[in-house]
Design a protein around this ligand. Structure first.
Ligand code: GDP
Length: 536
């Protein structure tokens, strides 16, 4: 019991959310280096380089007979066990990216100092917000021109609706920075000076930013600008409040540079102290605490093997309570069966290892004979409960899909149904459409390619796919309608949209863009347009 509690308290499981090119790969690599998990810088990079194009990726999957994409990187640091969840971005941005956040206890939001909050970050942040998990902000690329830090704070508040507490502050004027001031240590850290190796740290002798030593080191102008900024932050800024951080209402904000390794260690150490250990999870029988001795976990990602000769899949589970040991049997409530977990895998940087034991917060990959679905619960034999269902993540791309050969109808429907259950795509039906077809919704276009590939190789069905010109799905609600079907049939201004039903027969409108959506909303008072279904 004490051992379990100790292991739980050591763990920090988080995901890095960012827009492509903000520096996630570089930051991850630096974090791993601190943990001694990789010997050579560049290892994470090479993993990324392997994922150039979809075709390459599938080729690699084929050659290796197993997925090359790892899902979690674990390392030790200062007595902590750190689990960094990999959030696929770039061309493989998909529902998996969102789902990964379901397995995280906190998130690190990485922002390019010159670009601020970008599109993909916004989407990922919304998922963190819905879950109410703490978000820590790292503003990257401080070594080169960056925006005014007050502007960035304001942008976080305006665009994301979260207030920021700067833990450190860039030193310099007009986006030209020479280092950071660490507020809680009253310490100045300067970038490497020309010809001098390493970074120089200068603690205050008087315990505040107005230390004459800083004036000497920084020069009059920069020193005064820094003092003004810090005074303003102290007086007008938010107070640091760990409870607000815990609820995702306040984000501790760090400035640094992953590439030049500036401010990264400081960030890591503060983050590990402030970020929560594995948190309790809600289930059908109430809250499940991580230190509960009964084992429980849920599946948050399924990775199909692209090699037709090896149909097995990997199911990634996040442990929520109890201790996992290799070979243990667990109960799978969705099938009502016991399953022996014989070959659990864990990922340390690039290496896969068979693991003997694991604790709450840890992620393991299991060979899946095809029984697991996204969101499934695994629990101790003898108990039976389910964790809350995963939310629906709003799809952004749509296509009509049908079998090329109508004789293959049965396999087509079977394949579509199974792949939907597995969470590879979302499907919708158009009630009056004559031909057997589905409207498929995805978050990223890689999902379309995977769908096509898997239907062909696993179900022997070639498909015809026609992209549809929509980017938004809205679940329709009508509180006071006597006959919702009638009301929906007579919806105005839907000529450029499409009415469909989701797998639970709930009405959904597919609409081309935000502008069109506003137009339709205005013309149809009484109908609510929800980003996700209310009962989801
Ligand atoms: P990802 O797409 O978010 O994984 O971003 P990468 O880690 O691949 O970084 C994108 C680009 O930004 C690369 O060229 C990096 O070398 C560069 N980069 C990352 N961190 C920094 C930084 O702190 N300063 C500067 N100047 N460039 C950086």
């Amino acid at each position: 019991m004490i051992e379990l509690e100790t292991e739980v308290q050591k763990r920090r499981t988080f995901a890095i959310i960012s827009h492509p090119d903000a520096g996630k790969t570089t930051l991850t690599e630096k974090l791993l280096l601190f943990g001694g998990a990789i010997r050579l810088a560049g290892s994470v990079k090479s993993r990324k380089a392997q994922k150039h194009a979809v075709s390459d990726w599938m080729e690699i999957e084929k050659q290796r007979g197993i997925s090359v994409t790892s899902s979690v990187l674990q390392f030790d640091y200062n007595g902590y066990k750190v689990n960094i969840l990999d959030t696929p971005g770039h061309q493989d941005f998909s529902e998996d990216t969102y789902r990964t956040l379901m397995a995280a206890d906190s998130a690190v939001m990485l922002i390019d100092a010159a670009k601020g909050v970008e599109d993909q970050t916004k989407k990922l942040f919304q998922v963190c917000k819905q879950r109410g998990i703490p978000v820590f902000t790292f503003v990257n690329k401080l070594d080169r021109y960056g925006r005014n830090p007050f502007d960035l704070m304001e942008e976080l508040e305006k665009v994301l609706g979260i207030r920021a507490y700067p833990m450190n502050w860039p030193i310099g004027i007009d986006g030209n920075y020479s280092g950071i001031y660490i507020r809680n240590q009253a310490q100045v850290e300067l970038f490497e000076q020309a010809g001098v190796h390493g970074q120089s740290a200068l603690p205050s002798s008087v315990g505040g930013v107005d230390d004459p030593r800083f004036k000497e080191a920084l020069g009059e102008e920069i020193y005064h600008a820094l003092c003004d900024d810090i005074t303003l932050l102290d007086m007008a800024g938010d107070e640091f409040n760990i409870e607000k951080v815990g609820k995702g209402e306040l984000t501790p904000m760090f400035f640094g540079s992953a590439m030049t390794n500036f401010g990264v260690r400081l960030f890591l150490e503060e983050f590990l102290q402030l970020a929560p250990p594995p948190v309790p999870r809600v289930s059908s029988v109430g809250v499940v605490n991580p230190s509960d001795e009964n084992f429980s976990a849920f599946v948050f990602k399924i990775q199909a093997n692209m090699n037709p000769a090896h149909r097995d899949r990997l199911a990634f589970i996040r442990i929520c309570s109890g201790k996992f040991s290799r070979g243990m049997s667990v109960f799978h409530p969705h099938t009502g069966k016991s399953i022996k977990l014989a070959q659990p895998q864990q990922f340390l940087a690039q290496e896969r290892t068979i693991i003997e034991e694991a604790y709450p917060g840890d992620i393991i990959g299991l060979f899946d004979p095809g029984v697991f679905g996204i969101g499934d619960t695994l629990c101790q034999e003898g108990s039976e409960f389910r964790f809350q269902d995963f939310p629906i993540f709003p799809p952004e791309q749509f296509a009509r899909v049908q079998a090329k050969d109508t004789m293959k109808r049965k396999q087509f429907v079977k394949g579509m149904t199974q792949l939907t259950q597995e969470g590879a795509v979302q499907i919708f039906r158009q009630p009056d459409y004559a031909v057997e077809s589905f409207v498929v919704g995805v978050v990223g276009s890689l999902q379309f390619e995977v769908l096509e590939y898997r239907l062909k190789h696993e179900y022997g069905v070639d498909i015809v796919m026609n992209r549809l010109p929509y980017t938004l799905a809205r679940w329709l609600m009508c509180e006071n309608c006597e006959d919702i079907d009638l009301k929906l049939k007579s919806m105005k201004n839907m000529d450029n949209g499409m009415l469909v039903q989701d797998v639970k027969d709930r009405p959904v409108a597919l609409i081309s863009n935000e502008w069109q959506l506003r137009w339709v909303e205005e013309r149809n008072p009484g109908i609510e347009f929800l980003v996700v279904p209310q009962d989801a």
